[in-house]
Design a protein around this ligand. Structure first.
Ligand code: GLU
Length: 377
């Protein structure tokens, strides 16, 4: 079910899994202290979403801003990378503590996850993030994610939590990413200019859409701005995920903005096509497996690929690498991320799952390629 309106983001069927990104300027006041009253109301909205049956992942900024105040650093801790890293180390504890405390008031368990760019770029680590987030959500916890600013150096950092939120949405198989901003959406020109009009719905982030972004964050506390939000919308779109920008400044910002359709919704072209684009187009294949007719038929029905149906393994690939799946006649049927390395695939091929533990000497995965990590071509 594709998301066409903002109000669908409160619908547990249309949007079973939400990523909610909260920017620094919303979480931290001009005095450098947390905006506790506002956050308490936001957490009540998150608890309401959970009560409706929606999974919620929070991407929370604010570590640098909070830590800078405690350490007395100039420029909100953003004067240098070293300052930002030190500030984040101090601020992240306070930030996570605050989320944990406020979520606990609703009986919800907070789970801190600190990620770097490479955790999501590298396939094996990406799969691990996917698995961890899945387990946390299945256990009813609310993951509270931030970039691991203290260890992420300039070259390997996201730097803004907008794109991080989109990548997390991709890794977690979210339905939508909701960016709470200090503006109520994308405007067709600099919003300070007379006659600027908010764009309610965007279908495809075209060069014309990019031209509308003025860049720079108005608050000076965060590092986002509209440019990084558009990049986030592109990442989300490729993964088949809707992304919305709403104004986070009012108390209880989510319910009213969604009900009144006040924001900008970036619709995605649809899950299947987008996942195919991501796996089929973006990744180089590191190897291939050939399957028998039975496995080919099972894949066509939407099943995961089991080792029992594999007849040959080619290439040297690692767990998490993208591999091709060939049918009995050699045609490429699918592409997916392998749960095992090439040697393990060779050891397991042709063997029913019940034999895998003995063959491997450790607990096996449920499939050679899980259907969530597989696209039929
Ligand atoms: N990770 C940064 C922090 O916690 C925020 C990045 C951003 O402003 O988007 O302070």
């Amino acid at each position: 079910m594709s998301i066409e309106t903002l109000s669908q983001l409160t619908d547990a069927v249309a949007a079973p899994r939400l990523v909610i990104k909260v920017g620094s300027a919303l979480l931290v006041g001009k005095d450098g202290a947390p905006r506790r009253a506002w956050l308490t109301l936001l957490v009540a909205e998150i608890a309401a979403a959970r009560a409706r049956g929606q999974d919620v992942i929070v991407v929370s900024s604010g570590a640098i801003a909070l830590g800078a105040r405690k350490l007395g650093l100039a420029r909100g801790g953003r004067g240098s990378l070293a300052d930002a890293q030190a500030a984040a180390a101090v601020g992240q504890i306070a930030l996570a503590g605050l989320w944990a405390e406020l979520l606990a008031a609703h009986g919800l368990i907070a789970a801190q996850v600190l990620l770097t760019l490479e955790d999501l770029e590298e396939r094996r680590r990406y799969l691990n993030v996917t698995a961890t987030l899945g387990t946390l959500l299945a256990s009813g916890a609310v993951p509270v994610i931030n970039e691991n600013d203290t260890v992420a150096t300039e070259e390997i950092r996201f730097g803004d939590n907008d794109r991080l939120a989109a990548r997390v949405g991709q890794a977690a198989g979210a339905s939508a990413v909701l960016l709470l901003s200090d503006i109520d959406g994308l405007y067709d020109r600099d919003p300070r200019l007379e006659g600027a009009v908010r764009v309610p719905v965007v279908r495809g982030v075209t060069p014309e859409i990019h031209a509308m972004a003025t860049g720079g964050s108005s608050s000076g506390l965060g590092s986002g701005g509209m440019t990084s939000k558009l990049q986030a919308a592109e990442i989300a779109g490729l993964a088949g995920i809707a992304l919305a920008i709403i104004d986070g400044r009012p108390d209880s910002p989510i319910a009213a903005a969604l009900a009144e359709e006040r924001g900008t919704l970036f619709c995605s072209p649809g899950k299947a096509r987008a996942r195919k684009a991501w796996l089929g187009g973006k990744l180089r294949m590191k190897g291939a497996v050939t399957v028998d007719a039975g496995a080919a038929a099972a894949l066509a029905r939407g099943s995961s690929l089991l080792a029992a149906g594999v007849t040959a393994v080619e290439g040297t690939f690692l767990r998490g690498d993208a591999i091709a799946v060939h049918g009995p006649d050699g045609t490429v049927l699918a592409r997916g991320l392998s749960e095992y390395d090439a040697a393990e695939c060779t050891a397991l091929m042709g063997h029913p799952s019940a034999e895998h533990e003995a063959l491997l000497g450790y607990a096996p995965r449920s499939a050679l390629i899980h259907r969530d990590q597989l696209v039929m071509l």
